[in-house]
Design a protein around this ligand. Structure first.
Ligand SMILES: Nc1ncnc2c1ncn2[C@@H]1O[C@H](COP(=O)(O)OP(=O)(O)OP(=O)(O)O)[C@@H](O)[C@H]1O
Length: 291
């Protein structure tokens, strides 16, 4: 089956900056894929190349097997984009925008769908853009993208400005759409939302992809274990599957991937004054990669 997105050795070099350098990625159809990186890492530049808003210096990107430069018109017919900053004509209302989008994309019988989204995202249809807050404008951008019924949705920081309830509703809709076959490419700074909703994520730093990770929603492939003890031996815990991350006086922090029962069996023989065990968060990986 053809990949939803395939990026081969893609670069965008400016005279004084390698914004994106030699990145390659494959994203399967039906994935929710996260794209994580600090400010200036190259996320928006990558997205703009996918959408043919800027030309690559080298390499190629394919969407459903079509070339992002050569076949950009056909790609736009099946791809919707929610940009990080939302700009519309100030005098238009939400309803005007939704009607325009539906007509432009020749979506038949869109009235009921628009009415459903208005209700779901609590959008006031007759308010002008000039009267709306950032979060309310963002909701219009999201619904405009959904109305297009795209095969691929690219979202750049979609939850920026949305209240927690609306964030929740957005991800409910995205999960539903994914079940119907939509592919979702989500650029975000919010590691918790990537962890909660994505199947995989790519980490980008200084224009280069430094890791692509499977995301284990809910479960984790490790624990962060913090132990305060006068008697615990670091070597003993290392032998059980721990890696010492830091320590201060008698408090030791381990990344633990071994068998917890064996760890407890060792600890009951020790003088332990405190212990905490946390799920290893994507944040731990992110921080260790970007330090
Ligand atoms: N037109 C341009 N000319 C020169 N440098 C540019 C241009 N556009 C972007 N850059 C640089 O390329 C790098 C990547 O920028 P990009 O906007 O892709 O980052 P980002 O990961 O989306 O960041 P953020 O999370 O802050 O939006 C930055 O250092 C940026 O300053």
């Amino acid at each position: 089956m053809v990949n939803a997105i395939e990026i081969n050795h893609l670069s965008k070099h400016y005279p004084k900056k390698r914004a994106v350098h030699d990145i390659s990625l494959e994203i399967a159809a039906g994935e929710i894929f996260g794209f994580i990186g600090p400010n200036g890492a190259g996320k928006s530049t990558t997205i703009k190349m996918l959408l043919n808003m800027i030309f690559p210096t080298n390499g190629e990107a394919l969407i459903f097997g079509m070339d992002c430069v050569r076949d950009s018109v056909a790609i736009k017919e099946m791809t919707a984009y929610v940009s990080s900053d939302v700009r519309y004509y100030e005098g238009m209302t939400s309803q005007d925008i939704f009607n325009y989008v539906a007509e432009f994309h020749q979506i038949s019988n869109s009235s009921q769908m628009i009415a459903d989204y208005l209700e779901r995202f609590e959008i006031e249809p007759h308010k002008k853009i000039s009267e709306l807050s950032l979060g309310n404008k963002k909701k219009i951008a999201i619904v405009s993208a959904l109305i297009q019924q795209p095969k691929l949705m690219i979202l750049d920081e979609p939850t920026n400005g949305l209240d927690p309830m609306m964030q929740h509703r957005l991800f409910d809709v995205l999960e539903e759409k994914r079940k119907q076959g939509m592919t979702i490419f989500l650029s975000s700074h919010d590691l918790h939302e990537i962890q909660a909703h994505c199947d995989r994520a790519a980490f980008i730093k200084n224009g280069e992809i430094i890791a692509v990770e499977m995301i284990n929603k809910g479960s984790s492939d490790g624990k962060r274990v913090t132990i305060t003890s006068q008697t615990v031996q670091v070597e003993a815990i290392t032998a059980l599957g721990g890696t010492l991350i830091s320590h201060e006086e008698t408090t030791f922090v381990f990344l633990f991937t071994g068998n917890l029962s064996r760890l407890f069996a060792y600890l009951v023989q020790q003088d332990v004054s405190d212990i905490t065990i946390h799920q290893l968060e994507l944040e731990d990986k992110f921080l260790s990669m970007y330090e």
